[in-house]
Design a protein around this ligand. Structure first.
Ligand SMILES: [Mg+2]
Length: 230
């Protein structure tokens, strides 16, 4: 596939897993929260994990999934405070900054579009200092539905005016790439190395990259030839 940057005006980027290491989020929900919950409820850790994982799954693909206030209330834990306890794990993926600089120099409109709750977003922007590379940030909570919802990408037009035929979306969720594809967003990139702790696998449906430097052309060029990572 040839990607020609002259055919793209707008770049939409997901946050967790796409530009930031999802190890933070995976570790937070799968290890840190069950541990603190087990301590508080005098429950063995394995039992706490079993119970909480089932509870998390029940809210998947809904806005509650990323709503810190919902989980603070439901679990009777101060979730934003617990996030700060492990904030040293928040990290920007390799090559993201050079990609954002390339986009800025090329005059593209660049938006961070995330399902994350505003409290998570603030914590991550304060830790990584990458907010200023973006024209703006949109949280799914503002839009009213998560990116997994087929109506999301149309509703997003109320916040960002974009031409789906001239837009590129980077995501580590194939579900979200599918809803974007259904809406007509033309350039869809799956980020396979969403966590520094996983072995990446190519998507069967979407063009896959491990790192964003694959999308940066040689100086003075607008085109880049993409092939699937080995
Ligand atoms: Mg993500």
């Amino acid at each position: 596939m040839i990607l020609d940057w002259n055919t793209i005006d707008t770049v939409l980027l997901d946050m967790d897993g796409t530009i930031l290491d999802r190890h933070f989020d995976d570790h937070f929900w799968l290890e840190h929260v069950p541990q603190r919950w087990a301590e508080r409820n005098h429950t063995p850790l394995e039992q706490a994990k079993k119970q909480l994982y089932a509870l998390f799954r029940s809210q998947e693909n809904s806005l509650n999934w990323t709503d810190l206030d919902y989980w603070s209330d439901r679990l009777k834990l101060d979730i934003p405070l617990l996030k700060r306890e492990i904030e040293h794990l928040i990290a920007v993926h390799p090559h993201v900054i050079e990609f954002l600089l390339f986009l800025k120099h090329s005059g593209k409109a660049v938006w961070l579009v995330t399902n994350a709750h505003s409290k998570t977003l603030n914590l991550k922007m304060n830790n990584t200092r990458i907010g200023h590379y973006f024209d703006g940030t949109i949280c799914a909570h503002q839009v009213g539905v998560p990116k997994e919802d087929n109506g999301f990408w149309d509703k997003l037009q109320k916040f960002i005016s974009y031409d789906p035929a001239r837009t590129l979306l980077g995501e580590d969720s194939e579900t979200n790439l599918t809803t974007a594809q259904n809406y007509g967003i033309r350039y869809l990139m799956y980020i396979s190395r969403y966590s520094s702790k996983i072995v990446p696998r190519n998507s069967e449906h979407f063009m896959t990259i491990e790192y964003f430097n694959s999308l940066i052309p040689e100086k003075g060029q607008s085109q880049i030839r993409l092939s699937l990572p080995k």
